[in-house]
Design a protein around this ligand. Structure first.
Ligand SMILES: [Zn+2]
Length: 472
Protein backbone atom coordinates (compact mmCIF):
# COMPACT_ATOMS: atom_id res chain seq x y z
CA UNK A 1 0.00 0.00 0.00
CA UNK A 2 1.33 3.42 -0.90
CA UNK A 3 1.06 5.61 2.20
CA UNK A 4 1.92 9.30 2.13
CA UNK A 5 5.18 8.56 3.93
CA UNK A 6 6.13 5.83 1.49
CA UNK A 7 5.26 8.12 -1.39
CA UNK A 8 7.55 10.82 -0.07
CA UNK A 9 10.34 8.31 0.42
CA UNK A 10 9.86 6.94 -3.11
CA UNK A 11 9.93 10.42 -4.60
CA UNK A 12 13.12 11.20 -2.72
CA UNK A 13 14.73 7.92 -3.81
CA UNK A 14 13.87 8.57 -7.46
CA UNK A 15 15.23 12.10 -7.22
CA UNK A 16 18.47 10.82 -5.68
CA UNK A 17 18.81 8.14 -8.34
CA UNK A 18 18.31 10.58 -11.19
CA UNK A 19 20.89 12.88 -9.66
CA UNK A 20 23.40 10.04 -9.37
CA UNK A 21 22.87 8.86 -12.93
CA UNK A 22 23.03 12.40 -14.29
CA UNK A 23 26.40 12.72 -12.57
CA UNK A 24 27.89 9.56 -14.02
CA UNK A 25 26.52 10.15 -17.50
CA UNK A 26 27.64 13.71 -17.91
CA UNK A 27 30.96 14.24 -16.13
CA UNK A 28 31.94 16.59 -18.94
CA UNK A 29 29.03 18.90 -18.02
CA UNK A 30 30.17 19.30 -14.41
CA UNK A 31 31.86 22.48 -13.21
CA UNK A 32 34.63 20.31 -11.73
CA UNK A 33 35.46 18.83 -15.13
CA UNK A 34 35.33 22.21 -16.84
CA UNK A 35 37.76 23.76 -14.35
CA UNK A 36 40.14 20.82 -14.55
CA UNK A 37 40.01 20.59 -18.33
CA UNK A 38 40.83 24.29 -18.67
CA UNK A 39 43.82 23.84 -16.34
CA UNK A 40 45.07 20.73 -18.16
CA UNK A 41 44.70 22.45 -21.56
CA UNK A 42 47.07 25.14 -20.32
CA UNK A 43 49.83 22.66 -19.49
CA UNK A 44 52.52 22.47 -22.19
CA UNK A 45 52.61 18.73 -22.74
CA UNK A 46 55.51 16.34 -23.23
CA UNK A 47 54.24 13.86 -25.82
CA UNK A 48 56.29 10.65 -25.56
CA UNK A 49 55.43 9.12 -28.93
CA UNK A 50 54.60 10.12 -32.49
CA UNK A 51 55.57 9.28 -36.06
CA UNK A 52 55.90 12.69 -37.66
CA UNK A 53 57.82 12.17 -40.90
CA UNK A 54 59.95 14.96 -42.38
CA UNK A 55 57.54 17.50 -43.90
CA UNK A 56 58.52 16.87 -47.53
CA UNK A 57 57.70 13.18 -47.31
CA UNK A 58 54.66 13.17 -45.03
CA UNK A 59 52.85 9.96 -45.94
CA UNK A 60 49.59 11.89 -46.41
CA UNK A 61 50.70 13.81 -49.51
CA UNK A 62 48.89 12.60 -52.65
CA UNK A 63 48.54 13.70 -56.26
CA UNK A 64 45.26 15.54 -56.81
CA UNK A 65 43.65 17.41 -59.71
CA UNK A 66 45.15 20.54 -58.07
CA UNK A 67 48.65 19.12 -57.72
CA UNK A 68 50.40 17.40 -54.82
CA UNK A 69 49.02 17.98 -51.37
CA UNK A 70 47.18 16.88 -48.27
CA UNK A 71 43.47 16.14 -48.50
CA UNK A 72 40.61 15.13 -46.23
CA UNK A 73 41.12 11.63 -47.64
CA UNK A 74 44.79 11.80 -46.55
CA UNK A 75 43.82 12.66 -42.97
CA UNK A 76 41.55 9.62 -42.76
CA UNK A 77 43.86 7.30 -44.70
CA UNK A 78 46.72 8.18 -42.34
CA UNK A 79 44.67 7.72 -39.19
CA UNK A 80 43.67 4.62 -37.22
CA UNK A 81 40.30 4.57 -38.98
CA UNK A 82 41.19 2.41 -42.04
CA UNK A 83 42.84 -0.19 -39.80
CA UNK A 84 39.38 -1.06 -38.52
CA UNK A 85 36.95 0.22 -41.13
CA UNK A 86 36.53 0.44 -44.89
CA UNK A 87 37.82 3.68 -46.45
CA UNK A 88 37.39 4.49 -50.14
CA UNK A 89 40.89 4.77 -51.64
CA UNK A 90 42.10 8.02 -53.19
CA UNK A 91 42.68 7.80 -56.95
CA UNK A 92 46.02 9.27 -58.06
CA UNK A 93 45.31 12.67 -59.63
CA UNK A 94 41.66 12.41 -58.64
CA UNK A 95 39.27 15.10 -57.45
CA UNK A 96 37.75 15.58 -54.03
CA UNK A 97 34.16 15.19 -55.31
CA UNK A 98 35.02 11.90 -56.97
CA UNK A 99 36.33 10.54 -53.65
CA UNK A 100 33.71 12.00 -51.34
CA UNK A 101 30.68 10.72 -53.24
CA UNK A 102 31.72 7.21 -52.24
CA UNK A 103 33.68 7.87 -49.04
CA UNK A 104 30.96 9.77 -47.19
CA UNK A 105 29.08 6.55 -46.45
CA UNK A 106 32.24 4.84 -45.08
CA UNK A 107 31.72 6.37 -41.64
CA UNK A 108 28.21 5.03 -40.98
CA UNK A 109 29.25 2.05 -38.86
CA UNK A 110 31.97 3.86 -36.93
CA UNK A 111 30.08 6.72 -35.31
CA UNK A 112 30.68 5.46 -31.77
CA UNK A 113 34.18 4.12 -32.38
CA UNK A 114 37.18 5.78 -30.76
CA UNK A 115 39.28 5.19 -33.91
CA UNK A 116 36.83 7.53 -35.66
CA UNK A 117 35.94 9.94 -32.86
CA UNK A 118 39.51 10.86 -31.86
CA UNK A 119 39.92 12.90 -35.08
CA UNK A 120 36.68 14.82 -34.56
CA UNK A 121 38.12 17.40 -32.12
CA UNK A 122 40.56 18.43 -34.87
CA UNK A 123 37.78 19.11 -37.36
CA UNK A 124 35.72 20.87 -34.69
CA UNK A 125 38.41 22.97 -33.03
CA UNK A 126 40.74 23.68 -35.98
CA UNK A 127 38.12 24.03 -38.72
CA UNK A 128 34.81 24.63 -36.87
CA UNK A 129 33.19 21.60 -38.49
CA UNK A 130 31.14 18.85 -36.84
CA UNK A 131 32.16 15.79 -38.85
CA UNK A 132 29.20 13.76 -37.54
CA UNK A 133 26.79 16.02 -39.44
CA UNK A 134 29.06 17.28 -42.22
CA UNK A 135 27.38 18.33 -45.50
CA UNK A 136 28.86 17.90 -48.96
CA UNK A 137 29.56 21.63 -49.19
CA UNK A 138 31.28 21.66 -45.78
CA UNK A 139 33.35 18.61 -46.71
CA UNK A 140 34.55 20.28 -49.93
CA UNK A 141 35.45 23.45 -48.03
CA UNK A 142 37.22 21.42 -45.32
CA UNK A 143 39.24 19.60 -47.96
CA UNK A 144 40.27 22.91 -49.60
CA UNK A 145 41.40 24.32 -46.26
CA UNK A 146 43.40 21.21 -45.40
CA UNK A 147 45.11 21.36 -48.82
CA UNK A 148 45.95 25.03 -48.29
CA UNK A 149 47.24 24.54 -44.72
CA UNK A 150 49.71 21.87 -45.84
CA UNK A 151 51.26 24.07 -48.51
CA UNK A 152 53.72 25.10 -45.79
CA UNK A 153 55.06 23.25 -42.77
CA UNK A 154 54.11 26.24 -40.60
CA UNK A 155 50.74 24.52 -40.17
CA UNK A 156 52.34 21.58 -38.38
CA UNK A 157 54.29 23.84 -36.04
CA UNK A 158 51.16 25.86 -35.33
CA UNK A 159 48.92 22.90 -34.58
CA UNK A 160 51.43 20.81 -32.62
CA UNK A 161 53.03 23.50 -30.48
CA UNK A 162 50.23 26.08 -30.16
CA UNK A 163 46.85 24.40 -30.61
CA UNK A 164 47.73 20.99 -29.10
CA UNK A 165 50.10 22.85 -26.74
CA UNK A 166 52.88 20.27 -27.02
CA UNK A 167 56.29 21.51 -25.94
CA UNK A 168 58.35 18.44 -26.83
CA UNK A 169 57.37 15.46 -28.94
CA UNK A 170 59.20 12.11 -28.99
CA UNK A 171 59.40 10.87 -32.55
CA UNK A 172 59.80 7.23 -33.54
CA UNK A 173 61.36 7.26 -37.03
CA UNK A 174 60.31 3.76 -38.09
CA UNK A 175 60.77 4.72 -41.77
CA UNK A 176 64.55 5.05 -41.21
CA UNK A 177 65.27 3.60 -37.80
CA UNK A 178 69.06 3.83 -37.77
CA UNK A 179 69.39 7.22 -39.47
CA UNK A 180 69.32 8.87 -36.03
CA UNK A 181 68.18 12.23 -37.35
CA UNK A 182 65.53 14.77 -36.30
CA UNK A 183 63.61 17.23 -38.46
CA UNK A 184 61.61 19.47 -36.12
CA UNK A 185 62.96 21.64 -33.29
CA UNK A 186 60.31 20.31 -30.89
CA UNK A 187 61.21 16.72 -31.73
CA UNK A 188 62.97 14.29 -29.37
CA UNK A 189 64.86 11.42 -31.00
CA UNK A 190 63.82 7.84 -30.27
CA UNK A 191 66.14 4.95 -31.10
CA UNK A 192 63.93 2.26 -32.67
CA UNK A 193 65.64 -1.11 -32.15
CA UNK A 194 62.87 -3.35 -33.51
CA UNK A 195 64.81 -4.77 -36.44
CA UNK A 196 68.07 -5.36 -34.57
CA UNK A 197 66.94 -8.68 -33.09
CA UNK A 198 67.02 -10.11 -36.64
CA UNK A 199 70.71 -9.34 -37.11
CA UNK A 200 71.74 -12.93 -37.75
CA UNK A 201 71.96 -12.26 -41.51
CA UNK A 202 72.14 -9.23 -43.82
CA UNK A 203 69.29 -10.55 -45.98
CA UNK A 204 66.88 -9.66 -43.16
CA UNK A 205 67.08 -5.96 -44.02
CA UNK A 206 65.43 -4.57 -47.13
CA UNK A 207 65.60 -0.95 -45.93
CA UNK A 208 69.27 0.09 -45.64
CA UNK A 209 68.31 2.57 -42.88
CA UNK A 210 67.16 -0.38 -40.77
CA UNK A 211 70.27 -2.45 -41.36
CA UNK A 212 73.03 -2.89 -38.78
CA UNK A 213 75.10 -4.30 -41.69
CA UNK A 214 75.00 -0.97 -43.51
CA UNK A 215 75.82 0.76 -40.25
CA UNK A 216 78.77 -1.58 -39.62
CA UNK A 217 80.19 -0.96 -43.07
CA UNK A 218 79.80 2.84 -42.68
CA UNK A 219 81.65 2.57 -39.39
CA UNK A 220 84.31 0.24 -40.84
CA UNK A 221 83.41 -2.45 -38.31
CA UNK A 222 83.80 -6.11 -39.08
CA UNK A 223 80.57 -8.13 -38.86
CA UNK A 224 81.34 -11.81 -39.25
CA UNK A 225 80.46 -13.34 -35.88
CA UNK A 226 78.06 -12.93 -33.00
CA UNK A 227 80.80 -11.16 -31.05
CA UNK A 228 81.24 -8.71 -33.94
CA UNK A 229 77.51 -8.16 -33.94
CA UNK A 230 77.46 -7.40 -30.21
CA UNK A 231 80.26 -4.87 -30.77
CA UNK A 232 78.26 -3.27 -33.61
CA UNK A 233 75.24 -2.99 -31.31
CA UNK A 234 77.37 -1.30 -28.68
CA UNK A 235 78.64 1.22 -31.26
CA UNK A 236 75.07 1.84 -32.43
CA UNK A 237 74.04 2.66 -28.88
CA UNK A 238 76.93 5.10 -28.56
CA UNK A 239 75.93 6.78 -31.84
CA UNK A 240 72.27 6.95 -30.86
CA UNK A 241 73.11 8.47 -27.51
CA UNK A 242 75.44 10.99 -29.14
CA UNK A 243 72.72 11.89 -31.67
CA UNK A 244 70.43 12.81 -28.77
CA UNK A 245 68.24 9.72 -28.48
CA UNK A 246 66.63 9.55 -25.06
CA UNK A 247 65.04 6.10 -25.18
CA UNK A 248 64.63 2.84 -27.11
CA UNK A 249 61.49 1.64 -28.80
CA UNK A 250 60.41 -1.76 -30.06
CA UNK A 251 57.28 -2.86 -31.87
CA UNK A 252 58.15 -6.56 -31.95
CA UNK A 253 54.67 -7.36 -30.60
CA UNK A 254 53.42 -6.91 -34.18
CA UNK A 255 55.67 -9.74 -35.36
CA UNK A 256 56.08 -12.27 -32.57
CA UNK A 257 55.44 -13.16 -28.93
CA UNK A 258 56.69 -10.93 -26.13
CA UNK A 259 58.05 -13.99 -24.33
CA UNK A 260 61.84 -13.64 -24.56
CA UNK A 261 63.56 -16.74 -23.20
CA UNK A 262 67.00 -16.77 -21.65
CA UNK A 263 68.95 -18.29 -24.57
CA UNK A 264 72.64 -19.17 -24.22
CA UNK A 265 75.24 -17.27 -26.23
CA UNK A 266 76.40 -20.58 -27.63
CA UNK A 267 72.98 -21.28 -29.15
CA UNK A 268 72.69 -17.77 -30.56
CA UNK A 269 76.18 -18.04 -32.08
CA UNK A 270 75.10 -21.14 -34.01
CA UNK A 271 72.40 -19.09 -35.75
CA UNK A 272 74.56 -16.12 -36.71
CA UNK A 273 75.55 -15.89 -40.37
CA UNK A 274 72.77 -18.13 -41.70
CA UNK A 275 69.87 -16.82 -43.81
CA UNK A 276 66.36 -17.39 -42.52
CA UNK A 277 65.50 -20.13 -45.02
CA UNK A 278 68.20 -22.30 -43.42
CA UNK A 279 66.82 -21.79 -39.92
CA UNK A 280 64.01 -23.47 -38.03
CA UNK A 281 61.50 -21.04 -36.49
CA UNK A 282 62.87 -22.01 -33.08
CA UNK A 283 66.44 -21.14 -34.10
CA UNK A 284 65.35 -17.73 -35.41
CA UNK A 285 63.39 -17.09 -32.22
CA UNK A 286 66.38 -18.15 -30.08
CA UNK A 287 68.55 -15.56 -31.78
CA UNK A 288 65.91 -12.84 -31.38
CA UNK A 289 65.43 -13.72 -27.72
CA UNK A 290 69.17 -13.60 -27.08
CA UNK A 291 69.54 -10.19 -28.76
CA UNK A 292 66.47 -8.76 -27.04
CA UNK A 293 68.02 -9.63 -23.70
CA UNK A 294 71.27 -7.90 -24.78
CA UNK A 295 69.26 -4.83 -25.86
CA UNK A 296 67.63 -4.76 -22.43
CA UNK A 297 71.11 -4.78 -20.85
CA UNK A 298 72.36 -2.06 -23.21
CA UNK A 299 69.28 -0.03 -22.28
CA UNK A 300 70.55 -0.01 -18.68
CA UNK A 301 74.20 0.51 -19.67
CA UNK A 302 73.43 3.62 -21.75
CA UNK A 303 70.52 4.79 -19.58
CA UNK A 304 68.09 4.68 -22.48
CA UNK A 305 64.70 3.61 -21.05
CA UNK A 306 62.97 0.98 -23.17
CA UNK A 307 59.55 1.76 -24.71
CA UNK A 308 57.94 -1.58 -25.51
CA UNK A 309 54.74 -1.99 -27.50
CA UNK A 310 52.41 -4.16 -25.42
CA UNK A 311 48.88 -5.33 -26.16
CA UNK A 312 46.75 -5.15 -29.35
CA UNK A 313 49.16 -6.05 -32.11
CA UNK A 314 49.56 -9.70 -32.97
CA UNK A 315 47.04 -10.70 -30.30
CA UNK A 316 48.52 -14.06 -29.38
CA UNK A 317 51.69 -13.09 -27.59
CA UNK A 318 51.21 -9.37 -26.91
CA UNK A 319 49.94 -9.71 -23.35
CA UNK A 320 52.27 -7.61 -21.17
CA UNK A 321 52.35 -10.40 -18.56
CA UNK A 322 54.72 -12.25 -20.92
CA UNK A 323 57.36 -9.60 -20.14
CA UNK A 324 57.32 -10.11 -16.38
CA UNK A 325 60.27 -12.54 -16.24
CA UNK A 326 62.36 -10.24 -18.44
CA UNK A 327 61.44 -7.26 -16.27
CA UNK A 328 62.21 -9.11 -13.05
CA UNK A 329 65.59 -10.29 -14.35
CA UNK A 330 66.66 -6.73 -15.29
CA UNK A 331 66.09 -4.40 -12.35
CA UNK A 332 68.53 -1.82 -13.74
CA UNK A 333 66.61 -1.39 -16.99
CA UNK A 334 63.80 1.16 -17.11
CA UNK A 335 60.84 -0.41 -18.90
CA UNK A 336 57.99 1.66 -20.35
CA UNK A 337 54.93 -0.44 -21.19
CA UNK A 338 53.26 1.19 -24.16
CA UNK A 339 49.53 1.52 -24.85
CA UNK A 340 48.86 0.50 -21.25
CA UNK A 341 48.89 -3.08 -22.58
CA UNK A 342 45.40 -2.64 -24.13
CA UNK A 343 43.14 -4.40 -23.45
CA UNK A 344 45.15 -5.78 -20.50
CA UNK A 345 45.21 -2.52 -18.55
CA UNK A 346 44.65 -4.26 -15.21
CA UNK A 347 47.63 -6.49 -15.99
CA UNK A 348 49.96 -3.55 -16.61
CA UNK A 349 48.66 -2.08 -13.36
CA UNK A 350 49.67 -5.12 -11.37
CA UNK A 351 53.10 -5.23 -13.05
CA UNK A 352 53.59 -1.66 -11.84
CA UNK A 353 52.48 -2.57 -8.35
CA UNK A 354 55.34 -5.06 -8.12
CA UNK A 355 58.01 -3.28 -10.16
CA UNK A 356 57.36 0.43 -9.75
CA UNK A 357 61.07 1.06 -9.19
CA UNK A 358 61.88 0.47 -12.85
CA UNK A 359 58.61 0.25 -14.80
CA UNK A 360 56.43 3.06 -16.20
CA UNK A 361 53.08 2.91 -18.01
CA UNK A 362 52.51 4.93 -21.15
CA UNK A 363 48.88 5.51 -22.13
CA UNK A 364 49.99 6.44 -25.66
CA UNK A 365 47.32 5.43 -28.25
CA UNK A 366 45.04 4.04 -25.51
CA UNK A 367 42.23 6.67 -25.67
CA UNK A 368 42.27 6.30 -29.46
CA UNK A 369 41.81 2.53 -29.18
CA UNK A 370 39.02 2.84 -26.64
CA UNK A 371 38.17 6.00 -24.74
CA UNK A 372 36.29 3.98 -22.13
CA UNK A 373 39.14 1.51 -21.58
CA UNK A 374 41.48 4.49 -21.19
CA UNK A 375 39.17 5.98 -18.56
CA UNK A 376 39.08 2.69 -16.71
CA UNK A 377 42.87 2.42 -16.97
CA UNK A 378 43.53 5.89 -15.52
CA UNK A 379 40.95 5.28 -12.77
CA UNK A 380 42.53 1.97 -11.78
CA UNK A 381 46.18 2.85 -12.28
CA UNK A 382 45.95 5.88 -10.03
CA UNK A 383 44.59 3.58 -7.34
CA UNK A 384 47.33 0.95 -7.55
CA UNK A 385 50.56 2.86 -8.19
CA UNK A 386 52.34 6.12 -7.52
CA UNK A 387 51.11 8.89 -9.83
CA UNK A 388 54.61 9.65 -11.10
CA UNK A 389 54.72 6.53 -13.31
CA UNK A 390 52.15 7.35 -16.00
CA UNK A 391 52.86 9.12 -19.30
CA UNK A 392 51.01 9.78 -22.54
CA UNK A 393 51.61 10.16 -26.28
CA UNK A 394 49.57 10.93 -29.38
CA UNK A 395 51.00 8.30 -31.79
CA UNK A 396 50.03 10.01 -35.05
CA UNK A 397 51.62 11.16 -38.29
CA UNK A 398 49.83 14.40 -39.16
CA UNK A 399 48.90 17.58 -37.32
CA UNK A 400 45.17 16.88 -37.10
CA UNK A 401 45.72 13.37 -35.73
CA UNK A 402 48.16 14.68 -33.13
CA UNK A 403 45.70 17.40 -32.14
CA UNK A 404 42.78 14.94 -31.88
CA UNK A 405 44.69 12.35 -29.87
CA UNK A 406 46.05 15.03 -27.54
CA UNK A 407 42.62 16.52 -26.93
CA UNK A 408 41.23 13.02 -26.34
CA UNK A 409 43.90 12.37 -23.71
CA UNK A 410 43.47 15.71 -21.93
CA UNK A 411 39.71 15.13 -21.89
CA UNK A 412 40.03 11.56 -20.62
CA UNK A 413 42.44 12.46 -17.81
CA UNK A 414 40.31 15.45 -16.78
CA UNK A 415 37.19 13.29 -16.77
CA UNK A 416 38.78 10.63 -14.57
CA UNK A 417 40.14 13.19 -12.12
CA UNK A 418 36.83 15.08 -12.00
CA UNK A 419 34.97 11.85 -11.20
CA UNK A 420 37.38 11.05 -8.38
CA UNK A 421 36.96 14.57 -6.98
CA UNK A 422 33.16 14.60 -7.22
CA UNK A 423 32.79 11.28 -5.48
CA UNK A 424 35.00 12.50 -2.67
CA UNK A 425 38.06 10.37 -3.42
CA UNK A 426 40.52 13.12 -4.36
CA UNK A 427 41.14 16.79 -3.57
CA UNK A 428 41.10 19.15 -6.52
CA UNK A 429 44.58 20.56 -5.87
CA UNK A 430 45.96 17.02 -5.76
CA UNK A 431 44.09 16.15 -8.96
CA UNK A 432 45.65 19.11 -10.73
CA UNK A 433 49.09 17.96 -9.70
CA UNK A 434 48.38 14.44 -11.01
CA UNK A 435 47.09 15.79 -14.33
CA UNK A 436 50.26 17.83 -14.77
CA UNK A 437 52.37 14.79 -13.88
CA UNK A 438 50.74 12.63 -16.55
CA UNK A 439 50.85 15.28 -19.27
CA UNK A 440 54.30 16.67 -18.54
CA UNK A 441 56.17 16.24 -15.28
CA UNK A 442 56.54 12.45 -15.29
CA UNK A 443 58.31 12.51 -18.66
CA UNK A 444 60.61 15.29 -17.44
CA UNK A 445 61.38 13.29 -14.32
CA UNK A 446 62.23 10.14 -16.26
CA UNK A 447 64.13 12.09 -18.94
CA UNK A 448 65.72 14.94 -16.96
CA UNK A 449 67.99 15.85 -19.89
CA UNK A 450 64.89 17.28 -21.60
CA UNK A 451 64.72 20.13 -19.11
CA UNK A 452 67.46 21.86 -21.12
CA UNK A 453 65.30 21.66 -24.23
CA UNK A 454 62.20 23.33 -22.82
CA UNK A 455 61.48 26.47 -24.82
CA UNK A 456 57.93 27.60 -24.14
CA UNK A 457 58.85 29.87 -21.24
CA UNK A 458 61.19 31.92 -23.38
CA UNK A 459 60.25 31.89 -27.04
CA UNK A 460 57.94 30.97 -29.86
CA UNK A 461 59.21 28.46 -32.42
CA UNK A 462 59.53 30.16 -35.76
CA UNK A 463 59.48 27.47 -38.41
CA UNK A 464 61.61 27.86 -41.50
CA UNK A 465 59.16 28.20 -44.36
CA UNK A 466 59.15 24.95 -46.26
CA UNK A 467 56.65 24.30 -49.00
CA UNK A 468 54.97 21.11 -50.08
CA UNK A 469 56.63 21.04 -53.49
CA UNK A 470 60.17 21.62 -52.28
CA UNK A 471 61.17 17.98 -52.59
CA UNK A 472 60.04 17.82 -56.21
ZN1 LIG B 1 53.44 4.30 -32.66
Amino acid sequence: MLTARNFLFLTFALWAMSLASAQTVATRETPTFKRLKASLDAIPAIDTHDHLWPFEILPGFVETDHGRGMTLASLWRNSYFPGFNRLTPWKVGGSFDQWWVEAKSDFADARAASFYRYQLPAFQDLYGIDFDTITDAQARELNDRIFKNYQDQKWIYHVVTERANIELMFNDPYWARLKLKTYYPFEVLVFNVTTLVRGFHSSEFSNPWDSPYRFASDEHLELKSLDDYLAVLDRLFQKAKAAGAVCLKTTLAYERTLLFENVSKENAAKVFGRPRQELTPTEAKDFEDFIMRRLVELSAKYDLPFQIHTGQARIQGSNPMLLVDLIEANPKTKFILFHGGFPWVGETGVILMRHAKHVWLDSVWLPTLSYTTAKRAFHEWLEVMPSDHIMWGADCNHAEGIYGATEFTRRCVAEVLAEKIDRGDLREDHALRIGKQILRDNALQLFPQLKDRLWKHKSKLEPPSKSVNESK
